[in-house]
Design a binder for this molecule. Structure first.
Ligand SMILES: NC(=O)c1ccc[n+]([C@@H]2O[C@H](COP(=O)([O-])OP(=O)(O)OC[C@H]3O[C@@H](n4cnc5c(N)ncnc54)[C@H](OP(=O)(O)O)[C@@H]3O)[C@@H](O)[C@H]2O)c1
Length: 364
């Protein structure tokens, strides 16, 4: 088991927190976490608060080293002391931080996702040249081709003709383009492209109801009742534990440098299955009417509903996935590592919705 220290951005987010928890519980590694201070709360305060419910807050100052910084600032805004510490210590760098809001503003999405990744690349080069860094892991998304057009995404390329539904997709595409450029110049990078990350495969548990959950909420709470989609269309969700296990397995292999991995469901569920789960397992949730997208006319609805329908447009490409994903690298390099592609069937959908209901995020 490797005991080399890690440098991680985005540790306060859904994926980052879960990864950090697993590294703390299953390795002896020291984790340098870049966390931005919020108000009067320093990085260390935030780390203590974050890990207290897991009983891991006692590790802050020990195996958890919280470093104040912001990915949008030059050099992440690190103090000279912290930069020297990272040069002396960090052997692997996980750039996870991003603005993940699908309806985020253009400027903010670009500042965090493109600007933050550009700074990550600059810092990685510095740590490689002057420190003991060995490699960088970049968290991209399976939606870098854009979700508006039918496309088979390969792991070894970035769609040169993307069709974006929102600024999240366009900014993550540009960020990955820059990472691939650096990789082509010899920077030792591995790229992960998860699809939509949802709750744990066994318990449905998730710490943040983000990305697609707010969309579910609009329907579960009866704010929207019409879904412009077809029953046989699929949406690609993956349980968070599959993503973290795959990341840990693939990052432990030396031969994954220079490669990209789709962390997706190979057999994604259909909208029809989702509605069946809702009707059968959660009969008290309001009914949802499927309308053929070609016949869907926003103007036939009330002013409020048409406004909300416009608001959810950035999400529709996720619920009506036109993308299919090549998983050659993921399949071959996870082989024999004890990590299987997830089942995202009726039972799984029931578990993730049940968890959101139990936590009173969704009413049923
Ligand atoms: N969740 C998904 O469905 C999904 C799917 C595909 C790809 N991904 C990718 O996986 C990564 C993690 O996603 P997630 O769902 O865990 O995201 P998340 O829950 O939204 O967390 C985002 C993280 O980024 C940090 N961050 C944002 N702006 C920052 C800044 N200026 N400086 C420092 N930190 C900043 C946040 O810190 P604060 O706490 O300070 O806000 C938080 O820790 C992202 O790169 C995302 O694009 C996620």
């Amino acid at each position: 088991m490797s005991d080399r220290p890690l440098f991680v951005t985005g540790a306060t987010g859904a994926l980052g927190r879960r990864l950090v928890q697993e590294w703390l519980e299953t390795t002896d590694r020291t984790l340098y976490l870049l966390i931005r201070h919020k108000g009067l709360h320093s990085a260390a305060d935030r780390a203590r608060k974050l890990f207290a419910p897991l009983g891991l807050d006692g590790m802050v100052g020990g195996r958890i080293r919280a470093i104040d910084g912001d990915v949008t600032k030059p050099g992440f805004g690190l103090s000279a002391g912290d930069r020297d510490l990272l040069r002396a210590e960090a052997s692997e760098f996980f750039h996870i931080a991003a603005l993940t809001e699908l309806n985020g503003r253009k400027e903010e999405s670009e500042r965090i996702n493109i600007g933050g990744t550009t700074e990550a690349l600059r810092l990685a080069r510095d740590l490689l040249e002057r420190g003991r860094l060995e490699r960088l892991f970049h968290f991209s998304t399976a939606y870098v081709p854009g979700s508006l057009r039918t496309y088979h995404a390969r792991e070894d390329e970035l769609n040169p003709d993307p069709a974006f539904a929102n600024h999240y997709e366009s900014s993550k595409h540009e960020a990955e383009r820059r990472v691939r450029g650096a990789m082509a110049e010899g920077l030792p990078v591995t790229i992960f492209r998860p699809s939509i990350v949802v709750g744990d495969s066994r318990s449905g548990e998730v710490t943040e109801f983000n990305v697609v959950y707010p969309f579910f909420k609009l329907y579960a709470h009866g704010i929207l009742d019409v879904l412009p989609a077809r029953a046989d269309e699929t949406f690609n969700v993956v349980p968070i534990d599959f993503v973290t296990q795959a990341v840990r397995a693939l990052s432990s292999r030396a031969d994954t440098v220079g490669k990209t991995y789709h962390l997706v469901a190979e057999r994604p569920p259909t909208i029809g299955t989702l509605l069946k789960v809702k009707d059968t397992e959660f009969p008290r949730m309001p009914p949802i009417k499927l309308v053929d997208p070609d016949e869907f006319d926003q103007t036939r609805h009330s002013f409020l509903v048409s406004r909300i329908q416009r608001y959810i447009e950035p999400y529709l490409g996720y619920l009506r996935c036109k993308l299919t994903f090549d998983t050659t690298n993921t399949r071959s390099d996870l082989d024999g590592m004890g990590v299987e592609f997830p089942e995202t069937d009726y039972e799984f959908l029931t578990r993730i919705l049940q968890y959101a209901v139990d936590k009173k995020y969704l009413i049923a």
